[in-house]
Design a protein around this ligand. Structure first.
Ligand SMILES: O=C(O)CCC(=O)C(=O)O
Length: 263
């Protein structure tokens, strides 16, 4: 017997660029089913299993966290210009947008990511202005590539739709059960291969892995060109092998921009 799966949030087809772009302005995120095939999910998981920690990575205990994984294998590099998702990044943050980081995670049983927060707020606006922020420029976004079917026990991401319109940051650890305009955090339950693309002002959180499984996740962090990349460890050195296989769009996403003001 097969059980049907029901998404709790609105979903978008990968080629619905206009719909996803509107959702980023209206809801603060877009959920896109079926971006990766089952084979791609398996390959990504194996790639994460090959990673070794260094620099700001941490590994062991209930979770592993690897930074700048685009620099380690072409498998990961190819996530930065994934068709449809990179188009959404360019549609929302401009044709010179770039990545500011890329993280791979393994969250084992007992991992507790519950800490509602905003990732980054560039401008804090007064309450009376905040409610009219639906078209406020988008500067930073993250694409979550889920590599598991996520039920409530396997530490799904939670979001409050529309909370990017609050106009202010939600600091880590300050409020464990925030509410915005009558809405509470809701789990984004999804299938392996789905992508959640969300702006940095959305109120969101990780959660507790109550299962006996390990959640695998890849995050690609994008920004408007004017925002600095956060590549570590310092001094950051691009892998010559990665640069030699990167296509022109990937090179731009890595920071190879045309000459402009300041540099
Ligand atoms: O683990 C998750 O699902 C959420 C991660 C998160 O909130 C973050 O990296 O800012």
């Amino acid at each position: 017997m097969t059980t049907s799966f029901a998404y709790r949030q609105k979903t978008f087809a990968l080629d619905d660029l206009a719909g996803m772009t509107d959702a980023l302005h209206e809801d603060g995120f877009a959920l896109v089913p079926g971006v990766l095939s089952a084979d791609e999910v398996a390959a990504a998981r194996e790639g994460i299993d090959r990673l070794k920690p260094f620099g700001f990575d941490h590994a062991g205990g209930v979770g592993d966290h690897y930074k700048c994984v685009f620099n380690r294998e072409q498998l990961f590099l190819n996530y930065i210009d994934r068709p449809g998702i990179v188009d959404l990044a360019e549609s929302t943050m401009g044709d010179q947008c770039h990545i500011i980081g890329m993280t791979a995670w393994r969250s084992r049983p007992g991992h507790n990511g519950w800490s509602p927060h905003t990732d980054h707020i560039l401008v804090t606006v007064p309450k009376e202005v905040a409610s009219d922020r639906s078209k406020f420029p988008i500067y930073l976004c993250t694409a979550h590539y889920y590599l598991d079917d996520l039920d409530e026990d396997l530490c799904p991401t939670y979001v409050i739709p529309g909370s990017h319109k609050s106009g202010h940051a939600l600091s880590w650890g300050k409020d464990s059960d925030p509410e915005f305009e009558g809405r509470k955090l809701e789990p984004v339950l999804c299938k392996a291969g789905d992508v959640l693309f969300f702006r940095s002002e959305i109120w969101h959180t990780g959660s507790l892995n109550k299962s006996d499984r390990t959640r695998y996740l890849i995050q690609v962090h994008y920004s408007h060109r004017t925002i600095a990349q956060r590549f570590s460890p310092f001094p950051f050195t691009y892998s010559p092998e990665i640069l030699s296989v990167a296509n022109p769009r990937q090179l731009r996403l890595l920071g190879k921009h045309p000459e402009a003001a300041y540099g």
